[in-house]
Design a protein around this ligand. Sequence first.
Ligand SMILES: Nc1nc2c(ncn2[C@@H]2O[C@H](COP(=O)(O)OP(=O)(O)O)[C@@H](O)[C@H]2O)c(=O)[nH]1
Ligand SMILES: [Mg+2]
Length: 412
Amino acid sequence: MFRSGFEARKSDIFIAVMGVTGSGKSTFISMLANAGAPVKIGHGLQGCTQLVTPHIYKYSKDVNVYLIDTPGFDDTNRDDANVLKQIAVWLSDSLKNDVKLSGIMYMHRITDTRMAGSAKRNLLMFKKLCGNEALKNVILVTTMWEKVTVAEGAAREKELIDTDDFWGFMVKNKSRVERHYNNRDSARALVTKFLKEKKVELTIQDEMVRKERHLDQTDAGKTLDSELAKERDKWKEEAARQKADREEALRQSDEHLAHVLEEERKKSEAKAKDLQKQREMLQFSLEELRRQADEKRQEMLLEQQQRLKDLKDENDKMLLEQQQKLKDENEKQMLKLLENQKLQIRELQAIRDGDQSARPLVRSHPGKNLIHECRSITLVDDSYFFCGPTVNKRFGFFLSCGVETMINWLTG
Ligand SMILES: Nc1nc2c(ncn2[C@@H]2O[C@H](COP(=O)(O)OP(=O)(O)O)[C@@H](O)[C@H]2O)c(=O)[nH]1
Ligand SMILES: [Mg+2]
């Protein structure tokens, strides 16, 4: 978005939409985003859930609202370093282009009976990305109200607000709490709340752009790094335990169990290795992160071009085949016409030679009918139609036959 010469207008409003996967971010945005969304701006990598994607909503004649869809930090995702990288690069690029957020919406399902591991981690990362200053521009939004009773929902909402580790701390720092009722009016009303807000700078933007820190030296980066290290250690311990168990199994000559444990140990090692690799992904400056993002974009662009070329080649091939088929059919049609013409000439000659004017022609048809006096012969498609009175003198009978019969009829 920002590297293709994008220039924001003063009246433009930018709102980041965050929250765990499945909290309803995309659904919320799609209620407002103008037809044709996803918007064609962005990093050119739309369609991938791992990417930050801006969607435009024409709020009024003068005001464009950009709703920024973001991927969530997620236990199941296993790619949190990449998520942080994408968000950090997007936010840094936006600040460098003088684009500041009017605020952030943090979505949460009111149906969640407890704060799951992923929800906790996501919230922690969110707080670190924002920093305390920006919390006054945060609206904590609960979704899926139609799935709970009002009393249930209200009790959960209260628990979220009353618990410091959940939303309590943020609410004390002026974050607001709102409900989204899964319809357009409700979505628009939420967006309206950001319109008058003073624009805000997030901690991660200050750290990456002004302080020029590497991602692993930002608050969010440090937090994620230590989370990833904790998890890596957990898998390492698991692998060590599986190794010891395997040795015990071998001592007991339980080959099968030893084999299973060895496979499990390999999986644990692979997980630990992956987490370590994610940690290493954080050790980059903004420049390097952007270069990586560009590289990835280039890769996808090339892929797209190749796909386009393949499609075009296939299309050309089909066109050629079609043309050949048409040509063949035309030729066949021409041959048939010629053949018919020849037959008609022969027919006319036969009629002339048979002196039709002098003598009525009586011929028997291969069917049971007899034409007593043939008055006309018409060729329709492949069949000849004879018209004339039959033996019982009734006029107006049409009899048909194929080419072969016609020849026999004329020459017989
Ligand atoms: N009932 C109900 N379902 C919702 C609501 N918001 C989202 N969903 C559903 O929840 C699922 C996840 O929503 P999605 O917008 O993809 O979440 P995201 O991962 O945060 O973008 C989808 O099946 C949505 O249809 C809501 O307010 N009410
Ligand atoms: Mg989504």
